[in-house]
Each structure stands twice: as structure tokens, then as C-alpha cells.
Design a protein around this ligand. Structure first.
Ligand SMILES: C[S@@+](CC[C@H](N)C(=O)[O-])C[C@H]1O[C@@H](n2cnc3c(N)ncnc32)[C@H](O)[C@@H]1O
Length: 202
């Protein structure tokens, strides 16, 4: 399955089957592991159908969910409505335009399962930096760089093609080239890691 939306990041389509919920049974735990805290103003970048967005909104003061696919934003909007969560704005647009889409400095940008498809990763990191306050943080959740046939969920290999996957080192190099500093890398079993960066305000 590929998207024909102009600017769509390669290999970042939302999965069609019900395996996403099986892979991510505890999205709130993932968010806590990368440092989401109450009171934060957060951007959920490439938010998809809102599986993480809902849990971010339950903790944060405010969330802006950004995705290039307006249809997925509608799914996310309904997910939050059904849960009577109202502290989220939904913005259709390209992640590279983040600083224009969210002009106010924020505390935290969360990007899950999309960085592997970004053609110019330092450019995206610069856009994130431009929207973070000094001391603000950027969390990138990526599939580990393992062969796709090894990342089995509900009996089948899942996730992006092996050649698209990024090591923690590749992720760190790309984001630090965009002007953010590494804080830490955390394991997110079974198949992911989270890399956490900070805008140190230079
Ligand atoms: C694999 S999904 C992950 C969704 C969500 N972050 C999660 O982990 O559940 C990747 C998302 O990136 C979005 N996307 C792809 N290219 C984009 C772009 N250039 N700007 C913003 N969003 C994009 C897709 O529409 C899709 O919803």
C-alpha cells in the first residue's frame, strides 16, 4: 500500500489490520518512558489515527495533532471525541512546515513511526527546533534496524521495509545535525527504541 499524497513520507502508511493495537498495548507507558509530563504543550507530529494522540491529550495541557492525511485526522478527531477529550487541535499539513503550522513555542514534539520515511531528516529536526522553546524536547520513536522478517506481530512480519529502518546512531546523527542535543535513548520493547533530544537554546 502506498499513498499518492504529495510529500508523503515513504513507508509511513498507517497499518490497515488490527495489529497496531497488538504492537502498542500501552501507548501511555511509551509516552511516560520518553518524558511526557502533565502541563506540557505538545505536538504529535505525523499523528495518524490518533492512537498516541489520545493518550498524550490525557496527560498534556494541550496537543496539536499534525498529519498530511486529513482523513486520518478525522479518525483521530472521532477517537478523542468518543473519549470526551477536547484539548487537541487537528492540523492537516506537511511535517516540514511544522514551524508555520504551530507558530507558538511548545514543550514537546512527539514523532512515532515516521522518521524512517523522512527524506531530509536534519531539515525536519530544524523545523522541530524552531517550534520548541529553549529546554523543550523532541521524542523520536523508531523501529529497530532489524530485518523485517524478525519483527513478527500476530503471526506476520510487520513494519517498514528492512532497508528503511534506522539505527539509533543514524537517528542521533540526523537530529543533532538539525541543532538538537541528545538526552538519552530508551528501549521500547519488543521492536522499538525512543531517542530523546533537547533544544538547548544556542
Ligand atoms: C505509520 S503512521 C504512524 C502514526 C502515529 N504516529 C502512530 O505511531 O500511531 C505515519 C503517519 O505519518 C503521516 N505522514 C506521512 N508523511 C507525512 C508528512 N510529510 N507530513 C505529515 N505527516 C505525514 C502518515 O499520514 C501517517 O499517518
Amino acid at each position: 500500500m502506498t499513498s499518492n499524497i504529495p510529500g508523503f513520507f515513504q513507508g509511513t502508511e498507517m497499518p490497515t489490520a488490527g495489529w497496531w493495537e497488538a504492537l502498542w498495548p500501552d501507548p501511555a507507558g511509551v509516552l511516560a518512558a520518553v518524558g511526557l509530563k502533565p502541563g506540557m504543550a505538545v505536538v504529535d507530529l505525523c499523528s495518524g489515527d490518533g492512537w498516541f494522540t489520545l493518550q498524550i491529550a490525557r496527560v498534556a495541557r494541550h496537543v496539536t495533532a499534525i498529519d498530511i492525511d486529513a482523513g486520518l485526522l478525522e479518525v483521530a478527531r472521532h477517537r478523542l471525541l468518543e473519549s470526551a477529550v477536547s484539548n487537541c487541535d487537528f492540523v492537516a499539513g506537511d511535517a516540514y512546515a511544522l514551524a508555520e503550522l504551530v507558530p507558538h513555542p511548545g514543550d514537546f514534539v512527539f514523532l512515532a513511526n515516521a522518521f524512517h520515511g523522512v527524506p531530509d531528516r536534519p531539515r525536519l529536526a530544524r523545523a522541530v527546533r524552531a517550534t520548541l522553546r529553549s529546554g523543550g524536547r523532541f521524542a523520536v520513536i523508531n523501529w529497530h534496524q532489524r530485518p523485517r522478517e524478525e519483527t513478527v506481530i500476530l503471526g506476520e512480519p510487520r513494519g517498514p521495509a528492512t532497508e528503511l529502518r534506522l539505527s539509533p546512531r543514524q537517528t542521533i546523527d540526523a537530529v543533532t545535525a538539525g541543532g538538537l542535543d541528545l538526552v538519552e535513548v530508551v528501549e521500547i520493547p519488543p521492536y522499538h527504541y525512543g531517542a530523546l533530544f533537547e533544544h538547548r537554546g544556542r
